[in-house]
Design a protein around this ligand. Structure first.
Ligand code: EPU
Length: 316
């Protein structure tokens, strides 16, 4: 056997947790290890290879857990709801950490909503609405967790989640501490925040305006209708693939170039909204990335704009 074989084996060893001492420690930390999980099943695009999934039942175990992974040179990534994510194919070179949703995941106190990062965004908006708390109507129909929405400052129909944030509880990999940040310590911009890529959102306090349920429901219905008529909701996608460049619409530019229906394998530009790329069958990450590159190049040639990804790419 040559040295390449040993090199390859040692890299592969990092991808999966087999050491029984680590497995035992994970159990002590209330971390549920699910070996060899296909991430395609955890992403809205239905694309992604296999790795070990570590489901964290207690936020408090994070510092110890990350120390354990670092000591054993196990690379990791944090997964939210998987709805804005394109994961690479095959055997992945890192494990994935995900918070287990606690019960209850939303606690209301006057105009404040204390929400766990693992809470489903739509369910949280509906629950607040039923308690006469509004403001988030535009985000109804956006799939994913509250933590994911927070990290990228999800927005739609003129609103963004960042406007309602009062406080965020997070684990900061840089300081290796659980920290609380007030809204004035975070900047929320268009689909961008000042959180570091390795910050893990744990919980948020939102301050929401009082509104009668009926009025919120009316707003929700209007947004739902707009979304249904313009976006391919029944298909596997990651929402918009590109950010809108300042003053322009990526979807309109791609549409104007006649690229709806353009495909690489089963990765396809949606016929309904040109900034949604759908997995029309068994698309691979390679197909989707090739389609993204092709569309970016064509838009660049015609409009002189380099479209920036909105979708987060975890390419192996
Ligand atoms: N348009 C076309 N062809 C298309 C798509 C859009 O001509 O295929 C035109 C529309 O007719 C409209 C304009 O482009 O005049 C803008 O389209 P739309 O209202 O659908 O909004 P968008 O800019 O494409 C943004 C967000 C969406 C969000 C909607 C509604 C981004 C990248 N996208 O889309 O967010 O749902 O506004 O507020 O900011 C997402 O973040 O994943 C996402 C889908």
């Amino acid at each position: 056997m040559n040295s390449w074989f040993y090199w390859e084996r040692s890299i592969r060893r990092l991808m999966r947790i087999r050491d029984l001492r680590i497995v035992a420690k994970l159990a002590e930390m209330h971390v549920d290890l699910q070996p060899g999980t296909p991430l395609a099943g955890l992403t809205s695009l239905g694309i992604g290879g296999k790795t070990d999934l570590l489901r964290i039942k207690k936020h408090e175990s994070l510092p110890d857990l990350l120390n354990l992974l670092d000591e054993n040179r196990v690379p990791y990534k944090f997964l939210g709801g998987g709805s804005n994510l394109l994961v690479g194919d095959g055997e992945l070179p890192w494990v994935v950490l995900q918070l287990v949703r606690p019960e209850p995941d939303v606690v209301l106190d006057g105009n404040l909503a204390h929400v766990d990062a693992a809470a489903d965004l739509g369910r949280m908006i509906t629950l607040c609405a039923k308690n006469d708390l509004g403001g988030m109507e535009g985000l109804i129909g956006v799939p994913g967790t509250v933590g994911g929405a927070l990290r990228m400052n999800a927005g739609a129909y003129g609103m963004q989640i960042g406007s309602y944030v009062r406080e965020v509880r997070l684990y900061r990999a840089a300081s290796r501490k659980l920290e609380i940040l007030r809204d004035d310590q975070i900047s929320f911009e268009y689909r961008h925040t000042s959180f570091a890529p390795d910050d893990m959102m744990l919980a948020v306090i939102l301050e929401l305006p009082s509104k009668p349920f009926k009025e919120i429901l009316q707003g929700i219905r209007i947004c739902n209708e707009k979304r249904r008529s313009s976006q391919p909701l029944g298909q596997k996608s990651a929402g918009c693939i590109f950010k809108n460049p300042p003053g322009a619409s990526a979807g309109r530019m791609i549409d104007e170039l006649g690229l709806k229906g353009l495909s690489v394998g089963d990765a396809r530009v949606s016929d309904r909204h040109a900034n949604f790329f759908v997995n029309a069958g068994r698309a691979s990450a390679k197909d989707m990335l090739a389609l993204i590159a092709d569309v970016r190049e064509r838009v660049g040639k015609t409009y002189g704009v380099s479209l920036e990804n909105e979708v987060v790419v975890w390419n192996a």
